[in-house]
Design a protein around this ligand. Structure first.
Ligand code: CUO
Length: 648
């Protein structure tokens, strides 16, 4: 790699090193101290944000360092956006670095990490720069209090340590059986990174960076998270998730047993707790928003800010609904339809201190890094998802013409035995502990249990009347429900998870397409640790080793370990689906057909290209299915068994 890129990679790592402490890198610190953004306004494409940021800083109105940052707080977020825009609008790398170095010790560290990360992900000149995994930048959000206390003890004693971490709760809480998913580090970092790639506060026109189909991706990625959670529930003898509702009590409480670095424990919610009016969001408001969204769905049109009706009966309607419900800055009418989803996070996050009487810190639902820990996360999202399906179910079924790929038949699908197991993983807690003058850092890790599966290969035997490029869409769904009844396909489609999607060439006659689980378009491998990454960069800069740079590197992506649901010890039957469609019709970008965009397009889309599939996300399972005419010859289903091989 070229030296300048390596320098960028090194500087970003330094900026994010121990963000809670003053910058340890003297050069960067001096660079920041010497910089006066206000005297450098011509260095920014749009100087307004940086001007405003400095004004707030000088007035002492910024969120102080050490305070808890949440994206859901309007003021916190607006300030973070000012910094993000200052970084995005910096005309060149030099200005970017100076601005970041200046902000590093002056702006709240939570805001800083967020703004810097989103800027690095979106600037052209930082493409390929790898960010450290979020669980190493701020471990407090990912491990529980017990681990943090033990880590402190180890540091005091100056003894390297590996601290075992258990999932939250006890076996008396049935929800704990699936805590391994909601508390999975990879799951939580995928979710956090997803929201950095697709921020709800994104201003497409101002930034000049389009986020095409963002509303649809919001629906689809979250739908898939719930479907995956449901398959884990089924694997553990739990029924599918029930949606919550604003005027109903939330049956299951949640005790996060997690601590902020400063600011105390995350608030807990007892069983059977009801929603409460907050100072600025009322329960009745949520009910009204819901009614209006449902009205829009049943009329297949939303009311815009100018009072016009905007049709949502086309396949693109889901995108408009996604933008409306999340909502994004592109909501057709923010005031009328409100902010169902974002407010839902806040309502749950503040449920135990709605009047702010006790000044409790934000709940787990108020950070994307921690939200899936609370089982109510999946209940909120199922409720949102059901709205999306009210809409999808009004669309016509796919016709045989839309489903079929004439001349192409799948004759057989073979797959290796599917086996899952638990393994240990060690998280570096270096950043969790405060620096002290007297005590040098010692190596301290949290040892967590996590689900994994044996790598597998599947092969699809295709018979075609001509050479053609086909999109291969692979899905997995449950076979039986919680009562042991076989699930009809039209119900099953709600619980079907995407396993892979890729383009392959078939010849005239027979072709066998093979594919490895590691190649899945849904997942990314384990993130590189800060330590390893830093070492690699230092070695490359010193000329001791080469560093391969992947300009398409993705931080968003479901963890490859979780590609398969756990299944059961005695083998659990699932249905595997393979669907072939015509790549010439699916094609969107002018890139080679086997280009992988960094490897996790299914749930994360791309950075810098259009979503590389013209079909509605989740096709063909996103609409109602008529069993009798669904299975054209290019759509194949078979039973597979997932066997859980045991615990560590
Ligand atoms: Cu990802 Cu609700 O949007 O958590």
């Amino acid at each position: 790699a070229d030296q300048p890129f390596l320098v960028k990679q090194r500087e970003v790592l330094r900026l994010l090193n121990k963000v809670h402490e003053p910058n340890r890198y003297k050069e960067q610190q001096e660079l920041g101290n010497a910089y006066e953004p206000i005297n450098s306004l011509p260095r920014y494409k749009n100087p307004a944000p940086v001007k405003q940021l400095v004004r707030l800083y000088r007035a002492g109105s910024l969120l102080p360092r050490g305070a808890i940052f949440t994206l859901f707080d309007d003021t916190h977020r607006e300030q973070m956006i000012l910094l993000f825009e200052s970084l995005l609008f910096a005309n060149d790398w030099e200005t970017f670095l100076r601005t970041a170095a200046w902000a590093r010790d002056r702006v709240n560290e939570g805001q800083f990490v967020y703004a810097l990360s989103v800027a690095v992900l979106h600037r052209e000149d930082t493409r390929g720069v790898v960010l450290p995994p979020p669980y190493e930048i701020y471990p407090h959000l990912f491990v529980n209090s017990e681990v943090i206390h033990a880590a402190y003890k180890a540091k005091m004693r100056q003894e390297p340590a590996v601290v075992h971490m258990n999932f939250t709760g006890t076996i008396r809480n049935p929800e704990q059986r699936v805590a391994y998913l909601g508390e999975d580090l990879g799951m939580n970092s995928h979710h956090a990174q997803w929201h950095m790639d697709s921020p709800f506060w994104w201003k497409e026109e101002e930034y000049g960076i389009p986020k095409e189909r963002k509303g649809e991706l919001f629906y689809y990625m979250h739908h898939q998270l719930i479907a995956r959670f449901d398959l884990e529930r089924l694997s553990n003898d739990l029924p599918f998730v029930e949606p919550l509702y604003w005027n109903e009590r939330i049956k299951d409480g949640f005790y996060p047993q997690t601590t902020y670095r400063v600011g105390g424990e995350f608030p807990a919610r007892p069983d059977n707790f009801a929603f409460h009016d907050l100072q600025n969001i009322k329960v009745q408001q949520m009910i009204d928003y819901t009614r209006r969204v449902r009205e829009a769905i049943s009329q297949q049109a939303v009311i815009t800010e100018t009072g016009d009706l905007y049709n949502i009966s086309s396949p693109e309607g889901i995108n408009v609904l996604g933008e409306l419900v999340e909502p994004s800055t592109r909501s057709k009418h923010r005031e009328y339809y409100g902010a169902l989803h974002n407010y839902g996070h806040i309502m749950l996050g503040q449920i135990t201190d709605p009047k702010r009487k006790f000044n409790m810190p934000p709940g787990v639902m108020e950070h994307f890094e921690t939200a899936t820990r609370d089982p109510a996360f999946f209940r909120l999202h199922k409720y949102i998802d059901n709205l999306f399906y009210e809409h999808k179910d009004l669309l016509p079924r796919y016709t045989v013409e839309e489903l079929d790929l004439p001349g192409t038949t799948i004759e057989e699908v073979q797959v290796d035995p599917l086996e899952t197991f638990f393994e240990y993983f060690d998280v570096d807690l270096l950043n969790a502990l405060d620096d002290t003058e007297e005590l040098p850092d010692v190596s301290i890790h949290a040892r967590v249990r996590r689900l994994n599966h044996k790598p597998f290969v599947f092969s699809v035997k295709v018979n075609s009347d001509a050479e053609r490029l086909v999109t291969v869409r692979v899905f997995l769904g449950p076979k039986y429900d919680w009562f042991g009844q076989e699930i009809p396909i039209n119900d099953k489609r709600h619980y079907i998870v995407e396993i892979d999607k890729f383009v392959a060439k078939v010849n005239a006659g027979k072709t066998v397409i093979t594919r490895k689980s590691s190649e899945s378009s849904v997942t990314i491998p384990d993130r590189e640790t800060t330590k390893v990454l830093t070492q690699k960069v230092e070695d490359a800069i010193a000329g001791k080793a080469q560093l391969t740079v992947n300009k398409d590197v993705r931080h968003c992506g479901y963890p490859d370990r979780l590609l398969l649901p756990k299944g059961r010890r005695d083998g659990m039957p699932f249905t595997l689906f393979v669907v072939l469609t015509d790549y010439e019709k699916d094609k969107v970008n002018d890139l080679p057909y086997d280009y992988d965009y960094g490897g996790s397009v299914s749930y994360c889309g791309t950075l810098g290209h259009r979503y590389p599939d013209a079909k509605p996300m989740g096709f063909p399972f996103d609409r109602r299915i008529d069993q009798d005419q669904f299975f054209t010859k290019n759509i194949y289903q078979r039973d597979v068994t997932i066997t859980f091989k045991g615990s560590v």
